[in-house]
Ligand binder design. Structure first.
Ligand code: ATP
Ligand code: MG
Length: 228
C-alpha cells in the first residue's frame, strides 16, 4: 500500500444505485483527496426492516454498470460473498487485514445513515478501523451531527482542515463534508417504477436500461417473496 494513497469505501444497499450515491462518492473523494472509491453492496442490511427488493446479483450488476469507465471507482462483492450479515466493522477489518492501514481508509456515509451510528455493530470500536466521511444529504445537514452525537464531537472535523493533518499519526477522525447531493433515494425510485414514472433523472442511462430490460423491479409476487 502506497503511503500516500487513500481508499474510500461506500457501503449501501444500492437498491438501486442512483445519482445521489455518485454525488456522495464524488464529494467525499474531492474533499478528502481519495485515490479511489470502492462501492460495496451489502448482503443482509442489519438496520433494515425489509430485505432488498432486487437480488444481490442485480444490485451488484447495477453498481458495476454505474461506475464502469469512471476512473478511480470500482465495485467489490466482498460483503455479498460473505456468509455473515453485512457489518461495516467486519468489512473494514477485512480491508485492514489486506494491508490498508486505518489511517488511509475512509468509510463514506450520508448524514442520515451516520446519525444512527451508535446502533451499528461494534460501535464505538468501528470508528477506530477507518476515518468516517459524512456527507450532507438533503434534509440531513452534517452541521446537525455535533448536537445529535455529542459524544463524538471531539472526533469531528470540517473536511477543509485536512491539509494540516498528518494522517499517519492523528488517529481516525470523523470528517464532515457539507456538499450538495441530489435529492434522490432508492425508495423513491422504487415507488416511481411501481407507478410507471421515468427514472431518467435519477440513475445513469446504463442502469435505467438494465432495470427496464431485466424487469428488476417488476411487481413482487403477491406473498411478498423476492424474485431473482
Ligand atoms: P433507501 O431509500 O432504500 O434507504 P438510499 O437512497 O438511502 O436507499 P442506501 O443504499 O441506503 O440508499 O444508501 C447508501 C449510502 O448512501 C448511505 O450512507 C446514504 O446515507 C447515502 N446516500 C444515499 N443517497 C444519498 C443522497 N442523495 N445524498 C447523500 N447521501 C446519500
Ligand atoms: Mg438509505
Amino acid at each position: 500500500m502506497n503511503a500516500l494513497s487513500r481508499t474510500g469505501i461506500l457501503g449501501g444497499t444500492f437498491d438501486p444505485i442512483h445519482f445521489g450515491h455518485l454525488d456522495v462518492a464524488a464529494a467525499a473523494r474531492r474533499a478528502l483527496g481519495l485515490t479511489e472509491v470502492i462501492f460495496v453492496p451489502s448482503r443482509i442490511p442489519p438496520h433494515r426492516q425489509m430485505a432488498p427488493v432486487a437480488s444481490e446479483k442485480h444490485r451488484l450488476a447495477m453498481v458495476t454498470l454505474a461506475v464502469e469507465n469512471q476512473s478511480g471507482y470500482r465495485t467489490s462483492d466482498q460483503e455479498l460473498r460473505s456468509d455473515r450479515p453485512s457489518y461495516t466493522s467486519v468489512t473494514l477489518e477485512t480491508c485492514v487485514d489486506t494491508g490498508i492501514p486505518p489511517s488511509q481508509l475512509f468509510f463514506i456515509t450520508g448524514a442520515d445513515a451516520f446519525a444512527e451510528i451508535a446502533s451499528w455493530y461494534d460501535y464505538p470500536n468501528l470508528l477506530n478501523l477507518a476515518h468516517f466521511v459524512v456527507v450532507s444529504r438533503p434534509s440531513h445537514a452534517v452541521s446537525e451531527l455535533r448536537q445529535r452525537l455529542p459524544d463524538l464531537e471531539v472526533r469531528m472535523r470540517e473536511a477543509g482542515t485536512l491539509a494540516s493533518l498528518d494522517l499517519r499519526h492523528d488517529g481516525t477522525l470523523i470528517w464532515l463534508v457539507d456538499a450538495a447531493t441530489r435529492d434522490i433515494s432508492s425508495s423513491d425510485i422504487r415507488t416511481r417504477l411501481a407507478r410507471g414514472d421515468s427514472i431518467a433523472q435519477h440513475v445513469p442511462p446504463s442502469v435505467a436500461t438494465y432495470i427496464e430490460r431485466r424487469h428488476t423491479y417488476a411487481a413482487r409476487s403477491m406473498d411478498g417473496s423476492l424474485h431473482d
